[in-house]
Design a protein around this ligand. Structure first.
Ligand code: CTP
Ligand code: ZN
Length: 158
């Protein structure tokens, strides 16, 4: 039996092994799942908490994603920086946090967001993956046609 006090504190249980993506900008948990290619057919055990109170994040709210038995690699983590610049990635082994990293904005992202310019070669039938230079956390520039995305990056996620 878990004591009542502990029950009140547990929102999502601790995991034994895997990754915890914490301090996600509220409203972006599902975008994080999308970036990690986690869909409804996943076999992984995934917990999602939305709008959890947080002292650090804007509006005092954050989202959390816990993925069991999967350790995220840096290339996956860096994509998360685009939509959740304050996220921390915790790697858990045998219930202990063995690694805690902030996300780092990548310089270039390939095949993560689609170009808003419908005439861009990355939107054609040519076998060309979209490629954007990351100018800062809210501005991307297409490497092919130079179109800028400067708002709602999440809306363009592939
Ligand atoms: N966590 C988990 N399972 C574990 C250990 C930790 O799900 N076995 C989760 C915690 O719930 C928390 C995150 O991983 O969301 C980071 O854990 P921890 O570093 O212990 O928490 P804090 O000190 O609050 O982290 P921070 O300093 O990054 O805010
Ligand atoms: Zn383009």
């Amino acid at each position: 039996m878990i004591p009542k006090k502990v029950k009140e504190e547990l929102r999502v249980r601790s995991i034994r092994n895997g990754s915890v993506i914490d301090h996600i900008t509220a409203g972006n948990a599902l975008n994080v799942l999308k970036i990690l290619d986690i869909t409804g057919t996943t076999k992984a055990i995934v917990s999602v908490a939305m709008n959890v109170p947080s002292k650090r994040l804007p509006f005092g709210r954050k989202d959390i994603v816990k993925i069991e038995d999967r350790e995220l690699i840096p290339a996956e983590v860096d994509k998360i920086a685009l939509i959740a610049p304050q996220a921390t990635i915790n790697i858990i082994r045998d219930y202990e946090v063995v690694q805690k990293n902030s996300v780092v904005l990548p310089n270039v992202i390939t095949h993560v967001v689609r170009c808003p310019n419908l005439n861009c070669i990355s939107n054609s039938t040519e076998p060309v993956y979209s490629k954007f230079s990351v100018l800062n956390s809210f501005m991307l520039r297409c490497n092919y046609c130079e179109t800028i995305i400067d708002s709602d990056i999440a809306a363009y996620l592939i």
